[in-house]
Design a protein around this ligand. Structure first.
Ligand SMILES: CC(C)(COP(=O)(O)OP(=O)(O)OC[C@H]1O[C@@H](n2cnc3c(N)ncnc32)[C@H](O)[C@@H]1OP(=O)(O)O)[C@@H](O)C(=O)NCCC(=O)NCCS
Length: 132
């Protein structure tokens, strides 16, 4: 299964509908009521990585990076049928390669904190948050 996976960098093959369906199924709890707003986020991201089985979207992640010192990882989601088979790790490997040399930050969900620990992230206590 994982051997048949095609990894793409960029928006090729993606539609707002495919992203929303994957988020709902994963599940990844994000506001998806307005497809154009979902798509805007992807167009504005410096890095979009997708995993495909044929034309089926199996996983997705996006990031914003200045390519020099700072990167921010967002909204990693994997299709439930193929969770726990290495898809997330494959997507993140591409992010790590593309954002090499930078500090990669993210916000985790309650069910995924251990996942990021497993993939080599460490918790920091010097991050700040403000809703705008
Ligand atoms: C969290 C998620 C992205 C993981 O992707 P995945 O493709 O299922 O995970 P992988 O197959 O790459 O797993 C890599 C390793 O982490 C482990 N792992 C998977 N999910 C985990 C979790 N939630 N907590 C701890 N470990 C986890 C796997 O068992 C595997 O371990 P191994 O290397 O010893 O075999 C996926 O389960 C998902 O989409 N969950 C719902 C949405 C979500 O929570 N996204 C993150 C938002 S911040």
């Amino acid at each position: 299964m994982i051997q048949d996976l095609e990894i793409r960098v960029g928006l090729e093959g993606l539609t707002p509908g495919k992203i929303i369906t994957l988020y709902r199924r994963a599940p990844l709890l994000r506001a998806v009521d307005t497809p154009s707003r979902v798509w805007e986020k992807f167009e504005a991201s410096s890095l979009v990585i997708t995993a495909w089985h044929g034309d089926q979207l199996a996983g997705i992640v996006r990031a914003m990076s200045d390519g020099v010192s700072e990167s921010y990882l967002c909204e990693l989601a994997v299709e439930p049928d193929v969770q726990d088979s290495g898809v997330g790790r494959k997507l993140l490997d591409v992010v790590f390669e593309q954002c090499k040399g930078t500090d990669l930050l993210l916000r985790h969900s309650s069910i995924s904190s251990k996942y990021y620990e497993k993939l080599g992230f460490r918790r920091v206590d010097n991050a700040w948050f403000r809703k705008l």
